[in-house]
Every structure is written in C-alpha cells, then in structure tokens.
Design a protein around this ligand. Structure first.
Ligand code: ZN
Length: 174
C-alpha cells in the first residue's frame, strides 16, 4: 500500500463507529481492523475514467472547462459509478460531456493521480464519423485539434492527459 497516502486510512469503523486497530491479513500488514464487526477496512479511493477521443482525421477532442483550469485543455474524464465497468463509464462520460457516441475504445493504462488520491483508468476512443459536439453544462467549449497541437494544449508532461496524447500521437505517426 505504499502508493496510498496515510490520510486515506480509516481510523473509525464506517459501519459501527468503533476505533479501528490494525491486523495483519495474510501478506497485507497493518490493515485497519474493526474488532466489533470483525472486518478489515482497506483504504478507499475514487476511481475515474479519462478518455482521449479522436476522429478519423487524427484530431483530438479537447474540452475547455474553466472550473478545472483556464490555462490547459482537458480530455473527457469523470468518476465511475457503482456497477459500471470502466468501458461503460468511459463511453457514458464522453456522451454526457460532449454528445459524442464512440465507435471503438481501447485501454491505455492506469494512472495514480496523487494530488487527488484517485486511480485513473485511461482509454483512447474513436468517435463515429458523423459525430457532432453537443457540450454539457460542465463544459465551456470543446473542439477538435490536430494531435500534435493537442499535446501542447493539455497539462504538461507527466500528466495523465499529456501521456494519453503522447500514446495517441505515437500510434498515428508510427
Ligand atoms: Zn465496526
């Protein structure tokens, strides 16, 4: 659990409120444990999907969302909902935020976003040819940008969005 911040650890049982002790569970050491309920409380964290959407012309869909950043453009991202697969969540977020139905989706790695203590599951998706943009209220504007330009518009190197742009750019430039 070295990548999880200690701030994410439960100190009280979410079910009964008792203070937790620690217990070794097999190979997992020092796991928060409720002696009243008799169960472990592994650290919880949010899981999000982040999707680079491109079209058949090699252009990338970028969102401008002032509530996230006025400086950098964003890929489509959002929290997963209970019961969803990551693939379904990715397609749902793309359609909700941009109105675009995707015609294919491929996995592009997982990323730990330490600042927000969340796991991000990356995808690269192709939009249908007739895709036209209908943004949600969470989005100020959106548009298609050539991949080489998009990589310079998202958050700098090391960010998840930059990494996904690099992966996509590599896949179309060989
Ligand atoms: Zn308990």
């Amino acid at each position: 659990m070295t990548t999880a911040g200690t701030d994410m650890r439960f100190r009280f049982c979410p079910d009964c409120g008792a203070p937790l002790s620690e217990r070794d569970l097999g190979d997992d050491k020092n796991i928060p444990w409720c002696g009243v309920c008799g169960k472990p409380w592994f650290p919880l964290f949010a899981t999000c999907v982040i999707t680079l959407v491109h079209n058949s012309r090699g252009e990338v869909l970028l969102l401008h969302q002032d509530y996230i950043s006025t400086r950098y453009a964003n890929l489509v991202s959002g929290y997963m909902q209970p019961g969803e697969t990551a693939e379904i969540a990715a397609a749902r977020e793309v359609e909700e935020e941009t109105g675009i139905k995707i015609k294919s989706l491929r996995y592009a790695g997982t990323y730990w976003f330490g600042k927000k203590q969340m796991l991000m599951i990356g995808f690269i998706a192709e939009a249908g040819d007739d895709a036209h943009i209908a943004i949600s209220s969470e989005v100020d504007s959106a548009g298609w940008y050539p991949a080489a330009r998009a990589v310079a518009m998202v958050h700098p190197a090391g960010s998840v969005s930059h990494t996904l742009c690099d992966i996509y750019l590599g896949s179309i430039t060989g």
